[in-house]
Design a protein around this ligand. Structure first.
Ligand SMILES: [Zn+2]
Length: 218
């Protein structure tokens, strides 16, 4: 079986999503880029029950194969494939229905620069893509627009996509988006937060890119 280590890392990241509390049950999914395309969590299996053989290999045309047939890729494989096709900078993708980020997504709210850590997603805001049915090409197209020049976005009435140059960075960004969402909702509950200027956010984005997104440094 090819990519044993990558498959194990994928399972570890998926389990960490649940143990960290940012995802529940089987609603999220995780993928990582490999030479042939991507490895992605299968549909309808709980993460702790996954073995490396359950992980599905897909090419960038959307053809799937798995050492243990029949395993089907996550029903949301389409945006994973399209993101890897169109974004050379992305090596890993984490998708969750984390509670606070999804709450904002249900209000169709993007996250503005109310806090400088919003820049961790690559710009002055974290956009919310309009709603489309899960698993569809339309949802994938809308997500890619929301992800333009960004590493993360919300999906209206659905959840979050976080990307990264590896699995741990994609996971860290998914966690950060959830924390920011919780902070934004807390701030909104007592008033309207002022928004940092575009110029200030450019400075922070620049600092983050210079320091390799190591959040512990801030
Ligand atoms: Zn979803």
């Amino acid at each position: 079986m090819k990519h044993l280590e990558r498959r194990q890392q994928l399972i570890a990241t998926a389990i960490e999503l649940n143990t960290s509390g940012i995802n529940q049950g089987t609603s999220g999914n995780v993928s990582v880029r490999v030479d042939e395309g991507l490895l992605i969590t299968p549909s309808g299996m709980t993460y702790p029950s996954l073995t490396p053989e359950d992980i599905v290999l897909m090419d960038l045309e959307g053809q799937a194969s798995s050492p243990r047939s029949p395993r089907f890729p996550s029903s949301e494989w389409r945006f994973h494939v399209d993101i890897y096709q169109q974004r050379n900078d992305v090596q890993a993708i984490v998708h969750t229905h984390s509670v606070y980020a999804t709450a904002l997504a249900c209000l169709e709210k993007s996250i503005p620069a109310f806090h400088y850590m919003v820049a961790m997603a690559g710009g002055k805001d974290i956009r919310c893509a309009p709603y489309a049915t899960y698993g569809t090409q339309t949802l994938s197209d809308l997500a890619l627009v929301a992800l333009k020049d960004r590493k993360a976005c919300l999906l209206a009435h659905h959840g979050v996509i976080a990307t990264g140059s590896d699995l741990s960075r994609a996971f860290a960004l998914a966690s950060e988006v959830e924390t920011l969402s919780q902070q934004y909702i807390a701030a909104l509950s007592v008033g309207e937060p002022t928004i940092l200027s575009d110029k200030e956010m450019e400075i922070v984005v620049d600092k983050f890119s210079n320091y390799g997104l190591n959040v512990s440094q801030y």
